[in-house]
Every structure is written in C-alpha cells, then in structure tokens.
Write a protein that binds this ligand. Structure first.
Ligand code: ADE
Length: 338
C-alpha cells in the first residue's frame, strides 16, 4: 500500500465520488466534533437531519456551553445512545476551545481512539489513522491480514498511519471509511468499481469473503464426568452437592470427574458401586465449560451414608443440575425391575 500510485488512486476516487455530507462542507472543529460523536454507532443517513438540527440550535461551542442537559437531550431525541449527548455537553462545559490534538481529544469524555483520530485528522490535519469497522475490512482485505480483534485493529492502525504518507490525513481517513461503506462492503464487495482493486491481495486471490477474519470464540474447557444412579426396590439414590461446589445445594446422582487416564466406567466404579450398566451420555455447556456426563445404573444397594432414597415421582420436585435432570428422565423411562 505504500506507493504513490495507491494514494493517488484512492484520493482521486474519494474526491470525485464522495457523498455530499453537511459536515464535509466545513472546517469548523466544533461542527466536526459534533458530527463524529453522532456518527459513533450510527449510520450516515440517520445522522444527517440530527446534525443539521443540532447545529442550528447550537452553532458553536459557546452556544452549547450555555445549554442544559435537557436542551441537548431534546435535540438528540430519537438518535439514541443518549450517553453521547451527555458526554458531549460535559466535555463542552469544561472547554474554552475544541482541543486540537489527538491526545487532548482522547482525554475528553465519550471520545475513544477512533473518534479522537477522526476529529484530529479531519479538523486539524494531524497524521493519525482512523480505524473503524469499515477501515478494518478495507485494510484486512488489501493486505490479507490473518488477525482479528484488537490485534487486527492495531495492525490496521500501523498500516494506515504508514501508508497515508504525505496526503491530507482527513481525506485519507474519510476515503478509507467511504470505500468501506460504499464499495468494500461486508457481503458482495463491488470490486469491479473499486479504485484500488489492483492493489488488493484479497481481490488477487479471490479471498474477499475470508477477510476480516472472525474473532475466534474462546475454546471451551472440556470436562468429563461420570455418575451412578443407584436403584433399589424401585427407589433411586441421590446425594446433595457439597457446599462450595458447582450446583451447591442441588441434588445429584453420585458423581466424579473422569481422569484422563481412565475410562468413564472405571471412574464410575470408584464411586463404590458394582454391576454397572451404561445408561446415557449427556452433553451440557455452561459458560466456558463443556461437560460430558456418562451415567450408569447400579442395581445393588451400596453402603454410602450420604444417599437419600426417593421414589421416581418425588425426584421431579428436587432441584437438580440440568445434565443430572436429563439422566433422571432417562432413568424414569427405563423400566426398573428391582
Ligand atoms: N463515519 C465516521 N466518521 C465519518 C466520516 N467523517 N465520514 C463518513 N463516515 C464516517
């Protein structure tokens, strides 16, 4: 991307194809600030009428400083995310002029890296890269960046900051945003209309749909448990889950973890039962854990003191962990002949 030809193609396209937007007709830092706050999490077309109304009522910082929160909220009414309006007003009240650097802007309430970079580059020409979702998509495709999440964001910032070279930073950033919004769309990008298609690695390798890569979901932690359903004279033995453990206070069939070195059956035998017959395997996910519970039926009464014996019908009243409940249901379906 670090070539004069790339910059010329991108900026040339932007200058002749950019959408006419009210905040693109001004250099006033106050108006650009307001527009960038409104554009957080909100589409361009939704923002336009709100922006126009806002700047009629509050044409400059001095006018906004005189407003009450109620005044600002009533103009913001319908745009959503009202926290933005409150932060905007709070920031305005603390200022004499709109700060003219990225780092001072970043210190204001409601302004993150993305918005600080947008205002600093568009209003003051500071050489800082704006990376929003659109820009991430554009750059991850141009460079085939095999990263996601915050690593991708940081890489895109570095690439963009370096590649913008000596072009006008506000034009550069808005050109990348505009390209992402209108050409380099998430689905079915219009590569045939793209001014920089010939520089694009995803286009060259037909891998546009691979980028930006989805953030991998955290790998679940796998747990394998075994439990035994003791059955004696038509009754079923359960014990209470010890306090401090998961499912504290609920009722369960005697259960243990299956160690990596043993089979589920061997683990179940450790619980002190004999004559075990496999019943059901239950899979259950909670938060980051994926639990596989192997259940067995034991037809012999054992010596454990912690067991309480219940009739099949009274079990449905007891609080039980979800996977244990499934085991109890399966046990009920099984004809018990003891
Ligand atoms: N989204 C955020 N800032 C923008 C801008 N200045 N132009 C277009 N889309 C934007």
């Amino acid at each position: 991307l670090d070539s004069k030809a790339f910059r010329t193609a991108l900026i040339g396209w932007y200058k002749s194809n950019r959408r006419e937007l009210p905040w693109r007709e001004t250099n006033d830092p106050f108006l650009i600030w307001v527009s960038e706050i409104m554009l957080q999490q909100t589409q361009v077309n939704t923002v336009i009428p709100y922006f126009q109304r806002f700047v009629q009522v509050f044409p400059n910082l001095a006018a906004l400083k005189r407003a009450t929160q109620q005044d600002v909220l009533s103009v913001w009414q319908g745009l959503g995310y009202y926290r933005r309006a409150k932060n905007l007003l709070a920031a305005a009240k603390s200022l004499k002029t709109v700060p003219n650097t990225f780092s001072e802007l970043l210190a204001l309430p409601g302004i993150g890296r993305y918005t600080a970079a947008a205002i600093a580059s568009i209003a003051f020409g500071e050489r800082c890269a704006v990376v929003d979702g659109n820009v991430e998509r554009v750059i991850s495709r141009l460079c085939c960046i095999d990263e996601s999440g915050s690593k991708l964001k940081r890489k895109c910032e570095t690439v963009s900051q370096f590649a913008m070279s000596d072009v006008n930073p506000g034009d550069w950033n808005q050109a990348l945003m505009e390209l992402g919004a209108t050409i380099c769309r998430p689905l079915e990008p219009r590569c045939d209309k793209c001014p920089v298609a010939k520089f694009c690695n995803a286009n060259r390798t037909a891998s546009q749909s691979k980028y930006p890569m989805a953030k991998p979901t955290a790998k679940p932690i796998k747990l394998i448990h075994a439990c035994v359903c003791p059955v004696h004279q038509g009754k079923v033995g359960l014990c209470k889950v010890a306090s401090g453990q998961w499912w504290d206070g609920m009722w369960q069939f005697p259960r243990t973890e299956v160690e990596a070195s043993e089979t589920p059956l061997a683990a179940a035998e450790r619980l002190g039962f004999a004559d075990l017959k496999g019943l059901l395997i239950v899979k259950h996910s909670v938060t980051r854990y994926s639990i596989t519970l192997h259940s067995f039926v034991a037809k012999l009464k054992n010596q454990r003191r912690d067991l309480k014996w219940f009739g099949q019908d009274s079990i449905s009243e007891l609080p039980m962990p979800a996977p244990q409940r499934k085991v109890a249901e399966a046990l009920r379906q099984t004809v018990i002949s003891t």
